[in-house]
Design a protein around this ligand. Structure first.
Ligand code: ATP
Ligand code: MG
Length: 139
């Protein structure tokens, strides 16, 4: 099934100038970039985006991290894009991520882990319109 998923190149990856390498990898792996923009998230936007984690001990730190610098928001499209992107990202903790995954290559800690990806179709339906209007997405 053709799917779209939301990717975020997090502030650590953008700061370290890994954006080009990550976007090149997306194209190499057969994803199409349907939408893309750089944003500095507000605290409220980051809190709303990660609202499912608001009770977790790392929530405040996660929000501070996500607003610490520009992020690059990307809508990716491919057959089974959601799972394919999660596999390409690797485990949340870069130390546990498989070799050659984006987090193994570009992440530095369980928090500063370079990329975000929607984890289900339901999540993608919330996350993509959170940042993009339909006219901004060329499917
Ligand atoms: P994401 O939602 O960003 O794609 P994920 O689905 O792999 O990552 P989640 O459990 O949803 O992982 O956690 C969201 C984000 O919160 C992580 O990507 C990471 O930046 C941060 N995080 C997760 N667990 C921890 C932790 N134990 N300590 C600090 N930060 C954490
Ligand atoms: Mg998640």
């Amino acid at each position: 099934m053709m799917e779209q998923t939301l990717a975020i190149l997090k502030p650590d990856a953008v700061r370290k100038k890994f954006s080009g390498a990550i976007l090149a990898r997306y194209e190499k792996e057969g994803f199409r970039i349907c939408a893309l923009k750089t944003r500095l998230l507000s605290k409220a936007e980051a809190e709303g985006f990660y609202a499912v984690h608001r009770e977790r001990p790392f929530f405040a730190s996660l929000v501070d991290f996500m607003v610490s610098g520009p992020v690059i928001l990307v809508v990716l499209q491919k057959e089974n894009a959601i799972l394919a992107h999660r596999q390409l990202m690797g485990a949340t903790d870069p130390a546990k991520a498989e070799k050659e995954t984006l987090r193994a290559l570009y992440g530095e800690s369980i928090e500063y882990n370079a990329v975000h990806g929607s984890d289900s179709a339901e999540t993608a339906r919330f996350e993509i319109p959170y940042f993009f209007s339909t006219v901004e997405i060329v499917g």
